[in-house]
Design a protein around this ligand. Structure first.
Ligand code: LLP
Length: 448
């Protein structure tokens, strides 16, 4: 049985005979009682389906494509293993993400290291790990990396991240490819040309191509073709200087549906625009057929993840607002507070009941800005009900914090009718683990 906003939920979502939400064939209310709430549930079929859709839609149009999953959207060893099994590459932006990829046995030659201010320690770690590509974000990094690679006796493959000056019309806090951005080497200022020339004479670096990333989420298609045009025109201008465009990446940014009133274009539409712009422009400009690298993050994991919460306090302010407090909030999903992100929600144990009242779902954190969904129509909620927020798989657990010292939620993966824990709930001891105790040895409550 289906339900009205099912297209925001994992592809396996349904409603049980008893009127409960189910994910991957499992009753979400049972998951909540077995693992406790807040709880993040990822649906394996949706995850694998998205990986295959990206690979299929791009390689069927442009066989020389690598799909590198942007792990900042959410990574842990189970996700790294899944991405590896699906044949994806991996985009990492810190030593921490790289460490997870390594611990999960991810093949290092398929890893791309991004970031506007990678530290020397992180760069050394990446070089020593035998990472596939380092995506250099500035002239400073170019010099640092050339020296580090030299000191290790290595020649490292790099890409240059350029800023093409294209606005993708998304939230200001997630716009990256415009002139006024900390990311990328600007084409407009002449820095990009300087960086290419510098890279070409850097003995320990092998410049394989160019990269840009416009922002996220991008609901429009046109910014991709404008950016590809700008990037390839730039590359063609530097071919006489020796730039050989073996690889090209327009980054990620593919949108997902958070609310049914704003659904994204299908992956096929992004693939069509990107591959046709690339084919047409590289053909016209005589650039050959560079390898295309796309870096979806949100679109791989976003729809697969559902957050489950339990209703606690309810505060009704007549004629003003009814606040329904959940047991999670900005600590596990900061996106509403940070980007005014909008979500929908359902009452997982009342899926067959009509939405008869408008409430605001808030969290348990000590901030008035701690809300999850404003003014949403739901069945009348009571303490103990389970609320499910779809489209929660991307940038919610990965941006989670221990604010107010609330433990971060556990994560389960559902698939083939069973649920397996891929991250346990944090304990109070976990949160004290890194604290240094000025006490007698052996009396450390965190047990270290
Ligand atoms: N490649 C690069 C170089 C990136 O910086 C990003 C995202 C991606 C790929 C993946 O973009 P995606 O396909 O996931 O849209 N925390 C924000 C999103 C920040 C995105 C940062 N970079 C949010 O919750 O909306």
């Amino acid at each position: 049985m289906t339900f009205s906003n099912a297209e925001l939920f994992p592809i396996t979502a349904g409603v049980t005979a008893g009127g409960h939400l189910s994910i991957g064939g499992i009753d979400a209310v049972e998951l909540a009682s077995e693992f406790g709430t807040p709880l993040y549930v990822y649906d394996e079929a949706t995850l694998r389906g998205m990986c295959r859709e990206f690979v299929g839609e791009f390689t069927s149009r442009y066989p020389k494509t690598t799909v590198a999953y942007a792990s900042k959207a959410f990574i842990n060893p189970a996700l790294a293993a899944l991405a590896e099994e699906e044949g994806l590459g991996l985009d990492v932006v810190s030593g921490g993400e790289l460490a997870v990829a390594r611990a999960g046995g991810f093949p290092m030659e398929r890893v791309y290291f991004h970031g506007n201010n990678k530290t020397s320690d992180e760069l050394r770690m990446a070089l020593e790990a035998g990472i596939g590509r380092i995506v250099v974000d500035g002239l400073h990094e170019l010099d640092l990396l050339n020296r580090l690679a030299g000191s290790l006796g290595l020649r490292q493959k790099i890409m240059l991240r350029l800023s093409p000056g294209v606005d993708p019309h998304t939230h200001a806090k997630t716009t990256t490819g415009i002139l006024d951005s900390k990311f990328g080497i600007s084409i407009d200022t002449g820095d990009a040309e300087r960086a290419v020339r510098e890279a070409l004479v850097s003995e320990n670096l092998d410049l394989v191509g160019l990269h840009c990333h416009l922002g996220s989420p991008i609901f429009e298609l046109e910014p991709y073709s404008i950016a590809i045009d700008a990037m390839l025109t730039f590359a063609a201008g530097l071919a006489p200087a020796g730039l050989e465009l073996r690889e090209f990446s327009p980054g990620g940014g593919f949108a997902i549906g958070y609310v049914t009133s704003q659904l994204p274009p299908p992956i096929a539409a992004y693939a069509e625009v990107i591959t046709s712009a690339l084919k047409a422009r590289s053909g016209d400009l005589g650039l050959g057929e560079p390898r295309l690298v796309v870096e979806p993050g949100r679109a791989v994991v976003g729809r697969a993840g559902v957050a489950l919460y339990t209703v606690g306090a309810i505060k009704d302010i007549p004629t003003v607002r009814k606040y329904v407090s959940l047991d999670g909030g900005m600590g596990d999903n900061i996106r509403p507070a940070m980007y005014e992100a909008v979500y929908e929600a359902v009452a997982a144990n009342r899926m067959r009941e009509p939405a008869v009242e408008t409430v605001t779902l808030v969290g348990k954190f000590c901030e008035s800005g701690d809300y999850l969904v404003r003014d949403i129509a739901l069945p009348v909620l009571e303490q103990g009900d389970v609320v499910a927020v779809p489209s929660s798989g991307a940038y919610a657990p990965s941006m989670a914090s221990n604010y107010n010292l609330n433990p971060r939620p556990p994560i389960v993966m559902v698939g083939n009718g069973s649920a397996r824990l891929i991250r346990r709930r944090e304990t109070h001891e976990d949160m004290m683990r890194a604290d240094v105790w000025q006490r007698e040895a052996g009396k450390d409550p965190a047990g270290d």
